[in-house]
Design a protein around this ligand. Structure first.
Ligand code: GUN
Length: 278
């Protein structure tokens, strides 16, 4: 029987550990603050932002909410970030993406001080990750490493195939798995013979953005399958990029959707905030 990798339980464990650390820092007189900036009122973004605020509350981190109008100018947003960069009592700055079209995301990401870049999106953070230097790591890939390690899954020497090459998930995921001594392949929409490539994987990490695309035809018997996708199916129920029921009998471990990778992203964001304050 495949092991179900319980992201909810593991993320709760991490948050409990962080809560203790934060309490100790508080006793030493250090309070941690995270600035959360949302532009406009996209409902999906509001859900994510609210979950981040709730996690802050649970752990004992002060969240400073900046809710800006959809029409805010790029200049105004840049100025707000520059002010927050200067504030010693702000340890992390998060700008919820996507941003409205009139604002250049790359420019906004570059404005955040790398010392407060708890999302790990700044080019300096990504560069540091690539050459093994200290810096914040993108939260979803960092969360997946924790899921694997805390589930007792060996990474070193394993064949790892990642499907998806985004800056937020696929690319940093590849670097992190390499750092853990896996042999890494990053597959994408132009990859030829995708099924055969995926069938090589001892650990298959799926971030394609297509509901239930990955069936057992892509999965080696006994592989570990990590599903980064989240979608609503025809019955309005949440599902991932992996056809969970169909793949389950063929793998040794698998993350469910919901309750797999999702909760880990916020736990790792909280971890980055604590690290920033330390
Ligand atoms: N939008 C979707 N995911 C994320 C994330 O991890 N961080 C930010 N800032 N925006 C997002």
């Amino acid at each position: 029987m495949a092991q179900v990798i319980d992201g909810k339980a593991i993320s709760t464990q991490i948050k409990e550990e962080l809560k203790e650390k934060v309490a100790k820092l508080k006793a030493e007189g250090k309070e941690i603050s995270l600035a959360v900036i949302q532009v406009g009122r996209d409902p999906a973004s509001s859900v994510y932002v609210n979950n981040k605020k709730k996690a802050c509350e649970f752990i004992g981190i002060r969240s400073l909410a900046y809710e800006l109008e959809e029409t805010v100018s790029e200049k105004e947003l840049v100025e707000l970030i520059q002010q927050l960069n200067e504030k010693e009592d702000v340890h992390g700055i998060l700008v919820q993406l996507p941003l409205p079209k009139h604002i250049e995301e790359d420019k906004i990401i570059k404005t955040i001080s790398p010392a407060k870049d708890v999302d790990g999106f700044h080019p300096q953070s990504v560069g540091a990750l690539c050459i093994g230097q200290k810096g914040f790591v993108s939260c979803t890939p960092a969360g997946i490493i924790q899921l694997l390690k805390r589930s007792g899954i060996e990474i070193a020497g394993k064949e790892c195939v990642i499907i998806g090459r985004s800056n937020i998930v696929g690319k940093p995921m590849g670097i992190l798995m390499l750092r853990e001594n896996a042999t890494v392949t990053i597959a994408h929409s132009k990859t030829q013979n995708l099924k055969e490539v995926c069938k090589r994987a001892d650990i298959l990490i799926v971030a394609v953005g297509k509901p239930k695309m990955i069936t057992s035809e892509y999965v080696k018997e006994g592989a570990v399958v990590i599903d980064v996708g989240i979608h609503r199916n025809e019955n309005n129920k949440l599902c991932g990029d992996v056809d969970y029921e169909e793949v389950f009998p063929h793998c040794s471990a698998i993350t469910p959707v919901p309750g797999g990778v999702g909760p880990m992203t916020i736990a790792m964001l909280m971890n980055n905030c604590v690290e920033s304050a330390q």
